[in-house]
Design a protein around this ligand. Structure first.
Ligand code: ZN
Length: 226
């Protein structure tokens, strides 16, 4: 290997290693800007959080909760995973949900999917993706439940879009099936559930489903409380 090529390789590696430094610089500029506008900004931020919203969204880097909704630090409690799933054995999601509902007393829980979701797309194929198969299985089950509707859509892009929407509908229903949400409703707390889909192509969030407090819960998924 010539010394010229070696130099370029070292330079490229160093450049990649230092990518993160841009974030730290941007952070300093952001903090300074906040202080410029309000010298008490961080005293207030550090004091407490009282968010009205819990956002359960996809991990996709193109769907940032705060930026899309014009919300600021302190306004939105956020949980994100691949394809915005509400899985009843997911201790991570359930812990976030319990804290949001019982301690923070959020008023609205938003399950936010997005068109062109890689997780949903992968679930529509027959490919073996390894470990993530188990996660995507939850979306395959949504497909199976709605296969009559989905299989009738011949254009693949439209079928994909509809599965994104149906996935959000089922995840909202999964929220309503938890004792956390049902107990809050039983106590008369005003927790609203929403299913939204974000359009990467136009930046607009489309509401798909809404379950107001006290919505009926189907069959054996309903819990009786004392
Ligand atoms: Zn996604």
């Amino acid at each position: 290997m010539s010394s010229g090529i070696l130099f370029i390789e070292i330079f490229q590696k160093r450049n990649q290693m230092e990518l993160y430094k841009r974030l730290l610089l941007a952070n300093k500029a952001w903090a300074a800007e906040k202080l410029d506008l309000d010298e008490n900004y961080f005293d207030n931020l550090a004091a407490d959080q009282k968010p009205d919203f819990l956002w359960i969204g996809c991990s996709d880097s193109r769907v940032p909760a705060n930026e899309l909704t014009g919300t600021h630090p302190g306004e939105m409690f956020v949980h994100r995973n691949v394809a915005n799933l509400v899985v009843h054995t997911d201790m991570n999601m359930l812990s976030v949900l319990q804290y949001a509902v019982e301690v923070l007393k959020v008023k609205h829980i938003l399950v936010v999917g997005h068109y062109q979701c890689g997780g949903v797309k992968a679930s529509m194929t027959n490919k073996d993706f390894g470990l993530i198969n188990k996660w995507l299985r939850n979306i395959k089950d949504v497909y199976d439940k709605h296969s009559a509707e989905l299989d009738a859509i011949h254009e693949e892009k439209k079928r994909f879009d509809r599965l994104v929407e149906l996935n959000v509908v089922e995840q909202v229903k999964n929220l309503a099936k938890t004792t956390i949400v049902q107990r809050a409703w039983h106590k008369g707390e005003q927790v609203h559930l929403h299913g939204w889909v974000f359009g990467l192509h136009d930046g607009i969030i489309k509401p798909i489903i809404e379950m107001p407090p006290g919505s009926p819960v189907e069959g054996v998924y309903r819990y009786d409380f004392e």
